[in-house]
Design a binder for this molecule. Sequence first.
Ligand code: MF3
Ligand code: CO
Length: 252
Amino acid sequence: MITLKSPKEIQKIRKSGKVLAECLLSLEEVIRPGISTWDIDRIAHEFITAHHGIPSCLGYCGYPNATCTSVNEVVIHGIPDRKKILNEGDIISVDICVTLDGYVSDSTRTYEVGQVSPEVHKLNVVTRESLYLGIEGARKKNARISDIASAVFRHASTENGYGVVRDYTGHGVGYDVHEDPEVPNFLSPMIPNPRLKPGMVLAVEPMVNMGTWKIRNMRDGWTVKTADGKPACHWEHTIAITEDGVEILTEI
Ligand code: MF3
Ligand code: CO
């Protein structure tokens, strides 16, 4: 069931999203060669609680940490680890949900650790662009979920030849981490395609692989890697559909 949020409720998600945006921005200063994914998680966790938020991923479906830290060929849900130290040339996506005053926002960025190869940098740029193009798709008159999906897919796959992950999608968000509707990054007749309506709050999140779109699930029950071991990027914003248009809630 898709829930519509009132302007007052969207205001609360906006506040949650602001803390989350500031948290992700602050990580730019600490993500460099030598830091562990565990320390990144700890810094983000402290930032969120210092701003009166709750890290909503911690304990969600039994997830053990505040953040998902996915390095190189890890697409999503990488678990922070004291022994996983970042090296020059790595990429890491940090995916965080924040609950503030009962309302949830969800955002992800892929960071480049020092200097990365031109190929990896391009993957990251195109993934970020595909997020913003997907959000532009939502701004079309009488837009549907498929307008987001087709804009992401066209840029990432059709125009740039990357693999767009099909096993995971974006989602509604706000009362809970995952709500209806599904927000895929590809077109599928199997996925409901509602029209966007004022009050919908959506997490748009392209997951884009340099090679194949296929993924492998690791035996820890969380970590998702590319099937071919090539790198993947992930960018995500929480957006609200309002009477005035589309607003990004996780951007400062
Ligand atoms: N932010 C993630 C998403 O968009 C949710 C992570 S759930 C967790 O799907 F349990 F893995 F943390
Ligand atoms: Co999400």
